[in-house]
Design a binder for this molecule. Structure first.
Ligand SMILES: [Zn+2]
Length: 377
């Protein structure tokens, strides 16, 4: 088996100061064969190399000719147990060490390329903005591991993760949560958003974009992000999942067909599929042979100025609500509304200004900016 990249990666943990920082964070007065920071950095390398369980750590030991003395699997376990025993204090020291290494690495990347990589939004690149994406994922556990519980997908954990889009999904902050933890818990999302911002090197915190599919219609989260956005010298654009309630369903029924704009895919293309009764030429240009798969529209007007009055009066005045409709996958479970008109709806709210100029002001790109993860690539 070849793990050629492992050597480079391990070298990087030295060059960025990560291994050294972790060593200082985990320094012990005891005389240890294996420096705990080195072991932890090596564990990170093993995970990056594809390790799924701690016993996979032996891939590091197999590289002894290259790396010299490498800790064993039991030593890796001992290191993790010591860290766990260290509690919140150890956690804080480790987080600070990682943040310091990140500051160093990002400064080098920015010096070399003039800036941090931009945020890819469909076929465009948004420069000068640091993008944090919050995402709740379900992981599986076979046994009754700590906090593992039954959830809507099986048995395991329901962690919340904050990653940086600019640097290829680099984890900034995370929260290990019980399997039964909700997708929409505002408090968790707020804590994680704050931790992710703190994890960013200070020079990269001034123009932010934060997105999450979860936290549907969470007043507390929007209020929190709105407050951050109002800070002086800081720009923050958020987009947050929005629940599909009765008032939204009513508004959706009032959207005129021409108000739906075609949604775009990862390359900026309109997502289309062949109609069931399309002609035999798969490359044809007949309008009737192609069906747009997804559309986007703004719902703010209908919600704010509908017959029932302003239904968003309790929310920030700058907040807008958008809806996307897609053809459901065959066999997907549909809600009553979806079954009724054949579309599946997802909604989100954003503070991106209504007078935003250029491509980023278009509904299709506002949609793409919110849901890069869900795009087909
Ligand atoms: Zn045709």
């Amino acid at each position: 088996m070849s793990h050629a990249g492992l050597s480079l990666l391990r070298h990087l943990t030295d060059k960025t100061g990560l291994a050294g920082g972790l060593s200082r964070a985990l320094a012990s007065p005891r005389l240890l064969v294996h420096d705990r920071g080195r072991v932890l950095a090596d564990l990170a390398c093993a995970i990056a190399d594809g390790a799924r369980v701690i016993s996979d750590f032996r891939v590091m030991g197999d590289q002894r000719e290259l790396f010299g003395l490498v800790a064993s699997v039991p030593a890796a376990w001992r290191t993790l147990k010591e860290i766990a025993r260290g509690g919140a204090r150890a956690d804080k020291r480790l987080t600070a060490a990682v943040a310091t290494a990140r500051r160093h690495a990002w400064a080098q990347a920015a010096a070399r390329h003039g800036a941090l990589p931009g945020v890819r939004i469909a076929d465009r690149i948004l420069d000068g903005v640091t993008c944090i994406r919050l995402d709740a994922t379900v992981t599986f556990a076979h046994s009754g591991k700590e906090l593992a519980e039954a959830n809507f997908k099986g048995f395991g954990h329901h962690p919340l993760l904050a990653v940086c889009d600019n640097t290829g999904g680099e984890p900034l902050a995370w929260m290990l949560r019980r399997g039964s933890a909700g997708s929409n818990t505002a408090a968790d999302h707020i804590a994680l958003a704050d931790a992710a911002i703190v994890a960013l090197p200070p020079g990269f915190r001034r123009k932010l974009m934060i997105t999450t599919d979860g936290a549907g219609a969470s007043h507390d989260l929007v209020k929190h992000l709105d407050k951050l956005a109002a800070r002086r010298g800081c720009e923050l654009t958020y987009s947050v999942g929005w629940a599909l309630g009765e008032r939204e369903k009513t508004a959706l029924r009032l959207v005129p067909e021409q108000a739906w704009q075609a949604a775009i895919g990862a390359r900026g293309e309109v997502r289309e599929r062949r109609a069931d009764d399309a002609c035999g030429n798969g490359q044809c240009a007949h309008r009737a042979c192609w069906i747009e798969e997804a559309h986007v529209t703004g719902l703010t007007g209908l919600l704010r100025e509908g017959p029932a009055g302003d239904q968003l009066h309790a929310w920030p005045a700058t907040m807008r609500v958008f809806a996307r409709r897609e053809r459901p996958h065959p066999g997907a479970q549909l809600t009553l509304l979806e079954a009724e008109d054949g579309w599946r709806y997802t909604l989100w709210a954003t503070n991106r200004a209504a007078d935003t100029k250029g491509w980023l002001g278009q509904a299709a790109y506002i949609d793409a900016a919110h849901r890069v993860h869900a795009q087909d690539s």
